[in-house]
Ligand binder design. Sequence first.
Ligand code: ADP
Ligand code: MG
Length: 222
Amino acid sequence: MVEIENLTFAYPSGGFRLRVSSLSLAAGERLAIVGPSGSGKTTLLNLIAGILRPDSGRIDVAGTDVTALSDAARRRFRASHIGFVFQDFALLDYLPARQNILYPYRIAPGLRLDAAARERAEALAAASGIGDKLDRHPTALSQGEQQRVAICRALVTQPRLVLSDEATGNLDPESKARILDLLFDRAEAAGAAVLAVTHDHELLPRFDRVLDFTEFRERAPS
Ligand code: ADP
Ligand code: MG
């Protein structure tokens, strides 16, 4: 589902360099990324999602080399095929929760906002415990509730790849387990791969593999 080769990236302002010689993620696989703050975890997710463009190397997502697409095509590809739970949620304050969850349907021409999509949004919200808050704007939601809106938005399109950046960071332990269940459940139903950055070491045994950015080498889940 994801194939990375000889990737290098530096921000124009300099200072930080990311180098990934090879990384692959199979359909249905669950990979956790751990590592200290500032080690490049978010940068890697942004590169895979096509929000950033590498200086060199290749990033294939579901058989498409995203580095070869134009900016507009990358945006459409992302909305259609990738669910991204951003570290800062990236919700739109002027839209109620329901419209935030359904937002990918506004930007991806290939996605149809039909009754099934609306039902999926309701079901995801109910399963994540925000079913009664769908008419509220993000500013009237707690951090944990906003996080769940972001997770519902990432799953509603049944994407092939789910990228999650600290998606359980603002939740209590019980909600964490529940949200991860939901994420894995829906990903499995859609045959999607999951790549999740997390600081929750107690969640690592639930992943197939763990990639440690400290030394950028892989180790088995403990
Ligand atoms: P992590 O998610 O592991 O905490 P990031 O990928 O956010 O790390 O950041 C990696 C490095 O890149 C950090 O040193 C950070 O300061 C720097 N960085 C992040 N975003 C930008 C940006 N937009 N411009 C310049 N440097 C950035
Ligand atoms: Mg980060």
